[in-house]
Design a protein around this ligand. Structure first.
Ligand SMILES: Cc1cc2nc3c(=O)[nH]c(=O)nc-3n(C[C@H](O)[C@H](O)[C@H](O)COP(=O)(O)OP(=O)(O)OC[C@H]3O[C@@H](n4cnc5c(N)ncnc54)[C@H](O)[C@@H]3O)c2cc1C
Length: 285
């Protein structure tokens, strides 16, 4: 199908874009890479009156790496992350997860801001944001605010971003030296959305026991989230085979996936346990 009719604007600054969104009273939508929004328009699942194209706005395409962590501008594309080799040490979990996003053509246009705004529960970037306690930086008519990932994702394709706000960046806290980590997902074909995915990291103490465990999941229900019970089962433990098996069991019981044409809830539940077991084996090896 062809998209419904829409007006088009290409503002040259964040302030101009926000003003356009605010003036439209909810009728306008930003467009970045168009890799999620254009299919929605084509299927007539979205019908904005005005598309506010972010492509002319300068300064939103930077990857900043510093002592405080990694800040990804909203217009950073998957291919930019792939090419930024400093991320292999500055944030290896992010670098690994983004390798799993979609196919070449989509990776060439799809952006961090678009993905986090779209908030697909099976998408990798929202999953990393949730697992790492990222902050979403948003600009609106009242200025800038930083939203913690836990307060940002509320449901499938639903967030606490207001209709007149634009995401300008996503900030990931600093990656600590010596951190152990793993990312694994399962999809039917390479590049498809994940049926299930896990992101795990912990900081071993001087005795090698896990501290600061973070376990995030994607494809497991309404939104990407952390698993506090599984994290508690990992913290304070030596990460050996018995611990890994026990943590995986807790995670399988903690998730609440729904079924779809690809897999039922029981299968997904088992999948998350298996993926976590493998990711923890890799992390502790
Ligand atoms: C066949 C196919 C396979 C895919 N597979 C995967 C996959 O495996 N994993 C994955 O994560 N993604 C996948 N995607 C989605 C892809 O990664 C998208 O690029 C991404 O989700 C959205 O980014 P975008 O820049 O294209 O956003 P757009 O399509 O431009 O916008 C998406 C939504 O975000 C809003 N938006 C965009 N930018 C901003 C902003 N800065 N501030 C506020 N709102 C904004 C738009 O209004 C819209 O609602 C797939 C897409 C396709 C078509």
């Amino acid at each position: 199908m062809k998209p419904p009719r829409f007006e088009y604007a290409a503002p040259a600054s964040v302030a101009e874009a926000v003003a356009l969104l605010a003036r439209s009273g909810g009728g306008a939508k930003p467009i970045s890479g168009g890799q999620s929004l254009m299919p929605l328009l084509a299927f007539r699942l979205a019908a904005p009156e005005i598309l506010v194209d972010l492509k002319r706005i300068p300064g939103l395409d930077k990857i900043e790496i510093g002592a405080a962590g990694v800040t990804l501008g909203a217009k950073v594309r998957w291919v930019d992350i792939e090419k930024e080799k400093r991320l292999d040490t500055a944030h290896p979990l992010l670098a690994e997860a983004i390798k799993h996003v979609a196919h070449y053509q989509i990776r060439n246009r799809g952006t961090v801001g678009g993905s986090v705004a779209h908030a697909d529960p099976a998408a990798e970037m929202p999953g990393i944001a949730a697992a790492c306690d990222a902050e979403i930086v948003a600009s609106g008519p009242k200025g800038e605010r930083r939203i913690k990932a836990a307060d940002y994702f509320v449901g499938p394709l639903q967030t606490t971003l207001a209709a007149d706000e634009i995401i300008t960046a996503v900030h990931l806290p600093a990656w600590l030296k010596g951190r152990r980590w793993g990312f694994l997902e399962f999809s039917r074909r390479k590049g498809d959305f994940a049926m299930a995915g896990v992101a795990v990291f912990y900081d071993p103490d001087s005795a090698g026991k896990a501290t600061n465990a973070h376990i995030g999941v994607i494809g497991m229900g309404d939104k990407p989230c952390r698993l506090p019970k599984a994290e508690a089962a990992l913290n304070g433990k030596t990460v050996d085979a018995a611990t890994i098996e026990a943590v995986a069991k807790v995670a399988s019981a903690e998730v609440d996936p729904s079924g779809d044409i690809h897999a039922g809830p029981e299968y997904r539940r088992a999948l998350v346990g298996t993926l976590l077991e493998r990711a923890l084996k890799k992390a502790s090896a």
